[in-house]
Design a protein. Structure first.
Lengths: 264, 313, 356
């Protein structure tokens, strides 16, 4: 077989795949600047859909909810997941099978089962106790639940990658466990913490199904708003919101590239 | 696993050592409890409650009520008081079939792509991997919406398919079962590329070169030297793609237009549109069983092949 | 320095956000759960101003969606809901709604006599009519210049085998329309007719040019954009969007098929555990005001149940399709309210239709 021909074939295939990956997003972005309300024809360039966004209170509050949900859930998940990650590392010689199963559970559970379980549970819980009405709080709880495992695994693998003698050295250096955590542990795993936070954040923003089933009247996030808008049949406005979200993702991609470069 | 500890225990249980062990146990409890409790309280307990719901009776307007019964499972199997009907079985088969198609499509695309990336210059690889992953950072609702726009009637892609005679005139590629397959594959492509890439990167080139001398055709060389080495990555990818694809709700809902209903939709409708919680919960149990069978099977295959690597997510 | 400041600002804004998020269902807020595109924003503003409160609006696209939200905790999260006639008896029976206090609704007297004692809620003890309308067929007159005024445009493959079309997602309305098409009448209730209707629906949805089940309002968008060429929707929404986008709607016609179609009444109700029932009563009373009632109809193009509003109504509201002619009224029917075995039979048939 001709190696160069194969190479050229592969290169072509690569670029075709890139087109496949970005075409749907590009179309959304393109049509967000469409002058008319047509999903099939570009009739001209305009920013009218973006102007509409700014005046829309619901979208603004959905935007705020998305951020609040992502930041708060990620912070909580980071704290809890970090502890579990460290516990798993420190006690990795014990039989922790039940813990591993527990940690993998949120990962393998299908979103839809996850979402409706939470919903059914919160509804029943609220009926019995009067607490945890569906809303931002229940959404935060649900998000933390699926973020914890990822944080734990990232932190765990960072610890595993460390030189074990470091821990002994730290023990000699700092007497109190609190100091050890503050001056040794956290600085050493900082890169893992940063990537765990970003992953949690992304997971939260990316989630629709679980948010959808645990949300209340005032806690719609952008994905929930977009879903509602699609169901309602309005298109150009969705294009504009989606474009902003895609823009944010692109920005995140650039940052992550720079972050990786600097580390390398 | 706990070898070091048991030997330590046997070698002399001084007071200090047992005190240290208590401290260790307390440490374990302290670090692990919050997270474990969180998951138990907010996921295990809700799941158990959902399973209980499956064994309750459907109330007049969809909420579960006593007494306990197996009614919802009978309904799921298609037995109603109108006699047996195959609707739900169709849905299950359709879910399996769509999962299979999407996974196959993803393998076909991801395999050469992962290989290609691993052969490119090192400084480009992170960028290329990033390019594959970035679309999946956007919300899945937006991604499905993008395909809705691309495949609607009158769009260039639909017109093209029309001239090829793939669809009848005036129709679009969306909504259709094809759109669902495509949407699923699009969603999960990165999950296959990443583990495959990891496998290709570790490829033992000496073995490959030896195989090239040994076997007459490049295909045979590939089959005997390359493919087995990438198998663990492939299996991991299959698990990562097939399991979430099987439980997918958004893609069939938006791209299927009511024709391509999958198990996820059957379950979701019982809570968000039709209202029959026990039936939805029974569907969720079916979904879980299928998921765990899939996971277990993959693990077995992975172990038998003995790639040395645990194929657990 | 700057760094510290931004951090402090972030902390402050974050904690205030948390507080805002935590304090749900506070005083001075009215939670309204309404159909999409059904409320004049100016009315909401007027109410907010008059009572110095905030109205939080949430939207649904179909009755099944409404009831599932109520099941999922909504009974204690919304103050006013706007279900349709055939869901009202269910809501009352299951105790999901509370009785209205008529003493707090002086404007109730403004309603037309037939809405003061509707069959779906005798004596209107639980509900106050909001608007009423028709679910008919909307189609593209360019695509189908000679279309007969019949459901056959949707259900008969010989009439339309080439152009994409959709059916309404609310099962009872879809089944009723199929029944009407088959000659059993929109309100068909016997098992054989229902089964036949389900069979027709299964055949229909498996046709190549069936594009999906869609709710009434989005169907209009799909029609306007040419995604489908025929579908089912509501008279008022049709006029509303036609006014908004005359160009796209120039070739779209709304019709009430000869075989019969649905007429519905949407009414305001208060969920059993509404956070703010007093304000809910104020709101319902506000909506029943003569001028507000007229303003609502003038905005959303639906017929008003409000007798006192009549003098203020726009000309267009007195004509078909908003106000069907006497002849059209002959073939409009309420969707039956199902319960017990009937409901279960229907649900089984409908889930079969969706799954096949």
């Amino acid at each position: 077989m001709n190696k160069r021909a194969m190479r050229r074939g592969l290169t072509t295939f690569w670029w075709l795949t890139v087109v496949f990956l970005y075409l749907p997003l590009a179309v959304v972005m393109l049509f967000s600047f469409n002058a008319s309300n047509s999903a099939a024809r570009m009739t001209g360039f305009s920013l009218r859909w973006y102007h509409q966004l700014l005046g829309n209170e619901q979208i603004m509050s959905a935007f705020a909810n998305t951020l609040i949900l992502a930041v708060i859930s990620s912070v909580i998940a980071l704290a809890i997941g970090c502890m579990i990650g460290y516990g798993m590392y420190r006690h990795r010689h014990r039989k922790l099978g039940w813990l591993i199963i527990l940690i993998y559970l949120p990962i393998v559970l299908p979103d839809i089962v996850f979402g409706i379980s939470e919903m059914a549970f919160f509804v029943q819980f609220h009926r019995l106790t009067g607490f945890l009405q569906p809303g931002l709080t229940t959404m935060i709880i649900a998000h933390v639940t699926f973020q914890i495992p990822f944080v734990a695994l990232i932190v765990y693998s960072r610890f595993v990658g460390l030189d074990p003698t470091l821990f002994e050295a730290a023990k000699d250096l700092y007497a109190s466990p609190v100091k050890r955590v503050v001056h040794f542990m956290l600085p050493t795993i900082k890169p893992a913490l940063i990537s765990a936070f970003f992953l949690s954040f992304t997971l939260s923003v990316d989630d629709f199904v679980i948010s959808f089933f645990t949300s209340g009247p005032e806690s719609a996030t952008l994905p929930i708003y977009i879903w509602g808008a699609i169901k309602k049949g309005i298109s150009p406005e969705i294009n504009a919101i989606a474009t902003l979200m895609i823009g944010a993702v692109a920005l995140a991609a650039v940052f992550s590239l720079m972050f990786n470069r600097r580390r390398a | 696993m706990s070898n070091s500890h048991t030997t330590a225990m046997q070698s002399g249980q001084t007071l200090g050592r047992s005190q240290a062990m208590v401290r260790e146990a307390r440490h374990l409890l302290f670090t692990v409890t919050p997270g474990a409790a969180w998951i138990i309280l907010f996921l295990v307990l809700p799941s158990v409650y959902l399973m209980a719901v499956a064994f309750m009776t459907n109330g007049p307007y969809g909420l579960p009520q006593m007494p306990l019964s197996l009614e919802s499972f009978k309904q799921l199997a298609g037995f109603g008081f109108l006699g047996w009907s195959p609707g739900n079985i169709y849905t299950l088969l359709r879910s399996l079939w769509q999962t299979f198609l999407a996974t196959a499509l993803v393998v076909i695309v991801a395999y050469p792509i992962a290989y290609y990336i691993s052969t490119c210059r090192e400084k480009w690889r992170p960028l290329m991997l990033l390019a594959v992953v970035v679309p999946s950072w956007t919300n899945q609702v937006i991604r499905a919406f993008g395909w809705m726009n691309l495949l609607a009637p009158g769009t260039p892609l639909s017109s093209f398919a029309e001239t090829l005679g793939l669809i009848s005139p005036n129709m679009g590629l969306y909504p259709s079962n094809f759109a669902v397959t495509l949407g699923l594959a699009y969603n999960f492509l990165p999950f296959m590329v990443l583990p495959l890439y990891a496998a290709f990167e570790k490829l033992d080139t000496a073995q490959v070169e030896a195989a090239q001398d040994l076997y007459a055709t490049p295909f045979k060389a590939f089959w005997h030297a390359v493919f087995p080495q990438t198998l663990p990555g492939l299996l991991a990818g299959v698990v990562l793609v097939a399991i979430p694809a099987f439980g997918m709700y958004v893609v069939p809902e938006l791209l299927g237009g009511g024709k391509g209903m999958m198990l996820g939709n059957l379950v979701a409708t019982q809570f968000s549109g039709g209202s029959n919680w026990p039936l939805g919960a029974a569907g969720a149990i079916l979904m879980l069983i299928a998921t765990f069978i899939g996971l277990f099977a993959m693990r077995r295959i992975g172990k038998r092949l003995g790639g040395g690597e645990e194929v657990v997510i | 320095m700057i760094h510290n400041k931004t951090r402090a600002a972030l902390a402050v804004s974050l904690s205030s956000m948390l507080l805002a998020g935590g304090a749900q269902a506070e005083e001075g807020k009215l939670y309204l759960f309404n159909w999409t595109q059904y409320m004049d924003p100016a009315i909401i503003e007027a109410f907010e101003e008059q009572f110095d409160v905030e109205v939080v609006q949430n939207y649904f696209n179909s009755n099944p969606e409404l009831i599932s939200k109520l099941n999922a905790g909504g009974t204690s999260q919304y103050d006013v809901i706007v279900p349709s006639n055939y869901y009202i008896p269910r809501l009352i029976e299951t105790g999901l709604v509370q009785k209205l206090d008529r003493s707090k609704l002086p404007n109730f007297d403004n309603l037309m006599p037939q809405f003061k004692d509707p069959i779906f809620d005798p004596g209107a003890e639980y509900s106050a009519a909001y608007q009423w309308g028709v679910t008919g067929m909307v189609y593209n007159t360019e695509t189908f210049p000679d279309a007969a005024n019949s459901w056959s445009l949707l259900f008969d493959p010989e009439v339309n085998n080439d152009y994409p079309f959709s059916l309404i997602g609310d099962g009872q309305v879809a089944v009723g329309s199929a029944c009407a098409y088959l000659g059993a009448g929109y309100q068909c209730a016997d098992l054989d007719s229902l089964k036949n209707a389900a069979r027709t629906l299964i055949e229909t949805k498996n046709r190549d040019n069936f594009s999906g089940f869609a709710d009434g309002t989005p169907t209009l968008q799909q029609l306007a954009r040419g995604v489908v060429h025929a579908g089912m929707s509501f008279n008022g929404d049709y006029l509303f969007y036609k006014e908004e986008d005359p160009e796209s709607f120039a070739n779209l016609a709304f019709t009430i098929p000869d075989e019969g179609a649905e007429m519905w009444v949407d009414a305001m109700m208060i969920p059993a555990d509404a956070p703010n029932p007093d304000l809910a009563h104020e709101f319902i009373n506000f909506m029943l005001d003569a001028q507000i009632g007229a303003q609502l109809s003038n905005y959303n193009y639906y017929a008003s149940p409000n007798e006192a509003a009549r003098p203020y109504l726009d000309e267009v509201l007195t004509e078909s399709p908003t106000q069907p002619t006497d002849e059209e009224m002959q073939r409009l029917y309420f969707t039956p309210s199902l319960k017990g075995e009937e409901l279960q039979t229907f649900q089984q048939l409908w889930s079969e239709v969706k799954a096949r």
